[in-house]
Design a protein around this ligand. Structure first.
Ligand code: PRP
Ligand code: URA
Length: 212
């Protein structure tokens, strides 16, 4: 049955170019990490496009005036461990005042279900806009579980940012969290029998941390 994927595709040429280099199997760990940070920064620029502004009174060297600043400084970044960590540095370049939460989940290789092992979030989650980051949205189990954990801790405003997504994972998050917008740089073809995204880029955590 045909269904519509609800996803924001960020397909800026610079992002596509860098993502192609990340996909290549001979790209070094060093380059992979650097490219991920650069793409995360470019994606952060796009997803903060709708952040609300407020006017404040300031004085320039020439005259007083009203000017705009971000209305909401209460951003929380939440990488899903491990691979999400590779996106934090790039995003912090643009949102240096963000607080960082951590959610530890790994995918059981047999069942492909997420297993929770860590959760530490900034205070007053109900007041923040959380950006949950993970390079890979495959079955969607890990991202959906992370969003559920955040909601159980009181978070109300959530955004999911993934580098590469499979249609299967987008469908799961759309169904379980219809209130959460998904931003991604690529929607790939499918999952293989091991739950890997095809063509994807392999195991993101292993390629970031050199644990292959
Ligand atoms: C990877 C990836 C996601 C998850 C995606 O993590 O970083 O968190 O798999 O798969 P899913 O959408 O099917 O849940 P992994 O479990 O390999 O853990 P790691 O980051 O510690 O390597
Ligand atoms: N996790 C990864 O790191 N890569 C995939 O393709 C799927 C899950």
């Amino acid at each position: 049955m045909a269904d519509e994927l609800k996803v924001h595709l960020i397909d800026h040429p610079l992002i596509q170019h860098k993502l192609t280099r990340m996909r290549m199997k001979d790209t070094s760990y060093k380059d992979f990490r650097e490219l991920l940070e650069e793409i995360a920064m470019l994606m952060a620029y796009e997803i903060t496009r709708d952040f609300p502004l407020k006017e404040v009174e300031i004085e320039t060297p020439v005259a007083p005036c009203r000017a705009k600043v971000l209305a909401d400084n209460e951003v929380g970044l939440v990488p899903i461990l491990r691979a999400g960590l590779g996106m934090v540095g790039g995003m912090m370049n643009l949102i240096p005042t963000a607080r960082i939460g951590h959610i530890g989940l790994y995918r059981d290789p047999k069942t492909l279900k997420p297993v929770e092992y860590y959760c530490k979030l900034p205070p007053e989650p109900e007041k923040r806009t959380f950006i949950v980051v993970d390079p890979m949205l495959a079955t969607g189990g890990s991202s959906a579980a992370a969003l559920t954990m955040l909601k159980e801790h009181g978070a109300k405003k959530l955004v999911l940012m993934c580098l590469v997504s499979a249609p299967e994972g987008i469908r799961v998050v759309n169904k379980e969290h219809p209130d959460v917008p998904i931003y991604t740089a690529a929607v790939d073809e499918k999952l293989n029998d091991h739950g890997y995204i095809v063509p994807g880029l392999g195991d993101a955590g292993d390629r970031i941390f050199g644990t292959i």
